[in-house]
Design a binder for this molecule. Structure first.
Ligand code: ATP
Ligand code: MG
Length: 283
């Protein structure tokens, strides 16, 4: 059985659990339990504080885990990454009180900065040749300037609204983060096999998230032109419509460029275009 550590409650929890469920792995989840076993896959799930996950995986208490890169890199354990997961995207940024003059990082020379990420911050300042006093605090970093604890802060930002509501202005983005799957480096052969099975499913889910299934009707004399616009997995499926001279084309398009393709398809005479989500995609 493979042991997976995920965050018990917080910004990684829902998406981590969703990923496991989308992989077809069922389990009973009660908010009181710190450990659960899947009923249909050799997986045990541990619910932990996110900060503890890299250490537990490195020590082999858990075999694999899901954690933010910000926490992983702060703890110096980036070598454990197996796969980037694309959710919980955020950044680590420097922010100063709204009214403060700030033109470049040099303005923070000799100043004090409050953060929960002293290692990432120190590495960045050093690389940029700036020396500042780092105040390490474990939470509520945004209030540090207003209570006189620090001149600036370095904290996780996603939309920026928390900064704004605390009278702060984002001035430098120092690290980009997303959720990553990490693994202990000494897994047994049995555990490696289970992990490979899990990764096969994760990839199918990830591929499906980026892809859309597209169906459209086209006059037969436009099929070639439209097929060229639909790269698909191989080439589009073409089915005759009941109406003489028309066909239905089915294919797969990438979410990132489907709007552009749809314009071109319409230009080439496609009608009744349907775009539908894909649940799993195996190639
Ligand atoms: P814990 O109690 O487990 O220690 P925490 O308070 O340290 O939780 P959360 O705020 O739940 O952590 O954030 C967990 C991770 O989610 C962060 O380390 C970061 O990778 C990511 N994250 C944080 N804030 C955001 C956000 N606003 N949007 C998206 N992802 C975020
Ligand atoms: Mg934490």
């Amino acid at each position: 059985m493979l042991r997976l550590a995920i965050q018990k409650s917080g910004r990684l929890s829902d998406d981590s659990l969703n990923l496991i469920r989308e992989c077809g792995i069922s389990f009973v989840n009660s908010s009181l339990k710190l450990k659960t076993e899947s009923t249909n896959f050799p997986l045990e799930i541990l619910f932990l504080r996110d900060d503890d996950i890299p250490g537990y995986v490195a020590d082999g208490v858990a075999d694999i885990g899901i954690v933010g890169e910000n926490v992983l890199v702060e703890e110096g354990k980036q070598e454990l990454v197996v796969e980037r997961l694309g959710f919980s995207k955020c950044r680590l940024s420097l922010a100063v009180p709204k009214g403060t003059d700030y033109t470049s990082l040099q303005d923070l020379q000799g100043k004090s900065i409050a953060t929960s990420y002293p290692n990432l911050l120190q590495a960045y300042l050093q690389e940029q040749g700036v020396e500042a006093h780092i105040h390490t605090i474990s939470g509520s970093v945004e209030i540090a300037p207003s209570i006189g604890l620090a001149d600036a802060i370095c904290d996780i930002v996603s939309s920026g609204s928390t900064l704004i509501s605390n009278g702060l202005r984002e001035v430098e983005r120092i690290f980009k983060s997303e959720a990553v799957l990490i693994s202990n480096s000494n897994l047994s052969e049995e555990k490696k096999e289970i992990l490979a099975k899990l990764m096969f499913r994760v990839h199918a889910v990830q591929r499906a998230q980026k892809a859309k299934y597209i169906l459209l009707n086209a006059p037969n004399d436009r099929i070639d032109e439209i097929s060229r616009l639909l790269p698909g997995a191989k080439s589009p499926s073409i089915l005759p419509l009941a109406e003489e001279g028309w066909s239905s084309l089915h294919s797969v398009v990438n979410e990132d460029d489907f709007w552009e393709i749809i314009e071109k398809l319409k230009g080439a005479g496609a009608q009744g275009i349907l775009v539908v989500p894909i649940e799993k995609m195996i190639i």
